[in-house]
Design a protein around this ligand. Structure first.
Ligand code: ZN
Length: 308
């Protein structure tokens, strides 16, 4: 069985402006890296659009309609200083979320061992009632809720190695014991949440890293804290919020990871998934703002998924 790659060209048409770090060239860089012949074995699929019913499992229908109604016919429309829409944003957010949902369907149907969604905009800052931090709909959260509601999974785990805390994902599931959310992130840093004391109903595990932390601190956080807790949670499906902005070259943060760390964490997560959920893993692109580091990080991540 292979690895599925979900993407859609509409994800290139969300353009928050020339000076915005979350620009279309990010996804172009990822797709260029994954066009190397070593990735020929990927099974590439076009992402469908998420439905209102799917998104509404996390974001109330009023919020979804409000966001889609705010998409400007031309020019830009700002939700806040960071979170800006262009005419292509509506379809991009529906395809990004739809990719995560379709990837869950395919992996749970046994069509592939695992899947990567090369999509944008990212999702993990989007709270149930609030778009923020470059994010509109929380793709990973919607897909996790879909896995529980439609496929009847009792336990879904989400591991988030983006350098920013996934406040949106935490907010979506802080009271849902059937979803485990674990995150490493720089602290202090945007959005300011993610302290160790934020535990939800015992299902939230935050391991903040100090600015300038490197490979050793990152790997220790996983080896000693997150991976044992993940084994203990015993999920039926593992989802990954895969952000590559903890790389040393990233302009938005100051953690000092190297590309090999992304290969390492992917292999470690796959090892746990093999043990607890037959290797069923769905990963979605979140952040990563240095184009070279982002492309290299995604390649390292997907190389490990393919090798599983
Ligand atoms: Zn980030």
């Amino acid at each position: 069985m292979t690895t599925l790659l979900f993407t859609h060209e509409a994800c290139l048409n969300h353009d928050p402006g020339r000076m915005h770090p979350e620009h279309p060239a990010r996804l172009k860089s990822v797709l260029a890296a994954l066009s190397d012949p070593e990735f020929d074995a990927l099974e590439r699929r076009e992402a469908p659009s998420a439905t209102l019913e799917q998104i509404a499992r996390v974001h109330p229908e009023t919020m979804v309609r409000r966001i889609l109604a705010a998409v400007p016919p031309h020019g830009l429309a700002a939700i806040d200083a960071d979170t800006v829409m262009s005419p292509g944003t509506g379809e991009a957010v529906l395809r990004a979320t739809g990719a995560a949902v379709a990837a869950v369907d395919a992996v749970l149907a046994g069509e592939a061992r695992n899947a990567f969604c090369a999509v944008r905009p990212p999702g993990h800052h989007a709270e149930p009632m609030r778009a923020m931090g470059f994010c509109f709909f929380n793709s990973v959260a919607v897909a996790a809720a879909h896995a529980r509601a439609v496929h009847g999974l009792a336990r879904v785990a989400i591991v988030d190695f983006d350098v920013h805390h996934g406040n949106g994902t935490q907010a979506a599931f802080a009271a849902t014991g059937g979803v485990f959310y674990a995150s490493t992130h720089q602290m202090p840093l945007y959005p300011g949440t993610g302290a160790r004391g934020e535990r939800g109903v015992g299902n939230i595990l935050n391991v903040p890293l100090h600015p300038m932390a490197g490979s050793e601190e990152f790997r220790q956080a996983y080896s000693e804290v997150i991976l044992p807790a993940l084994v203990n949670f015993d999920p039926d499906l593992l989802m990954i919020s895969a952000g590559f902005d903890a790389h040393v070259d990233d302009p938005l943060a100051s953690i000092a990871l190297v590309t090999e760390d992304f290969a390492w964490i992917t292999r470690e997560l796959l090892r746990v998934a093999d043990r607890v959920c037959d290797g069923k893993v769905v990963s979605c692109l979140e952040g990563g703002y240095d184009l070279q580091a982002l492309g290299d990080g995604c390649a390292a991540h997907v190389r490990a998924l393919l090798a599983a």
